[in-house]
Design a protein around this ligand. Sequence first.
Ligand SMILES: Cc1ncc(COP(=O)(O)O)c(C=O)c1O
Length: 393
Amino acid sequence: MYKAYYRRFLELHRGELHFTAHSHHYWPDVTREAQLEYWDDAARHVDGKWDYLYRAVIPETQRHIARMIGSKTPQQIVFAPNTHEFVCRLLSCFEPGQPLAILTSDSEFHSFQRQLSRLAEYSWIKLRRVAAEPIEGFNERLLAALAEAPYQFIFLSQVFFNSGLVVPHLVQFMEEIKRCAPESALITLDGYHGFCALPTGIAAFSDRVFYLAGGYKYAQAGEGVCFLHVPPGCRLRPVNTGWFAEYARSSTPQTDHVFYPDNARRFAGATFDPSGIYRLRAVLRLFQTLGLEIRDVHRYVASLQQRFISRLEELHHPVFNESALLYRRGQAHGHFLTFQLDSPETAERWVAELQRRQIFVDYRGSRLRFGFGLYHDLDDIDALCRRLRHRAG
Ligand SMILES: Cc1ncc(COP(=O)(O)O)c(C=O)c1O
């Protein structure tokens, strides 16, 4: 149904069944033109490139993103090449060497876990990780932890990367976090596995909550384009700061006073490759031209997942069966389906075995993930199940 928009990637991978849309989503053809447009703009504007970027490309991309996440403040969106940069910048809002209590889940993305584990080696950092599973009860566990101590940095995912499980009742939950957290606490929602996949509205909590996401996964724009939605009125002065944070003032005389703008750009860094923003804008324009809303994308992907689940029931596969599947019928779920295998080695072996059958999936620890996207159709799901059946057991 949507394959016509992914002609180039599909042609290069004929015969392959690529089910890592949750990690490396195929890019629609419009992103290739966008990449070339970036080159042409760089040549056309040369020194004026950044002016043009901030005058035309970024505002349009901000508007598209704001529309998708239900924000009325597109100027509160700032870009960086990866979310890790934002995490570091957010953490740099805290005074170094002063006690800092951090509350998060045990299922945050690898860079975040790693960064926090390293920071927790400092005596002044107290880190608490609440178990994300069982997902039923996660909200209560996190709120109970919050009631026990005044955490200053609270960070959680909307959809957990190692299961596809979705934080239940997001809006209500974020409002509760806002209510229970100390007034000065910095609250961040990592929406990467939700953005352009699950219908998401941040309006009810964006006055207090930072929202992070990016283009690599469901936004189909590739690497190098992440964004942070900063609560309006935020006056934090991140210590980790680059020249884009005062871009508009770059021609004024420098003083010792470090100026921060009133909008999200106070969280900007330094020189980066903006071609990802062009690609993201192209994808979001395509969605708009097609009248494709995120709820349509989600409905389509959910139908592929349902087909996969019902075919699995017939397959009786020794590994890929319902009892190994981390999925709750009737509950919101991310765009990948995860199987719990018995060890990381088994998962690794299966990824390699499936690759031999021209099926591409990935794994995190002992969990193997199948990701679904707009460039699949029901025939692909049937073909996937036929190839899984082949030598099953
Ligand atoms: C939940 C989540 N957040 C963020 C990221 C991306 O992080 P970064 O842009 O810092 O590489 C990923 C990537 O897989 C992720 O799964």
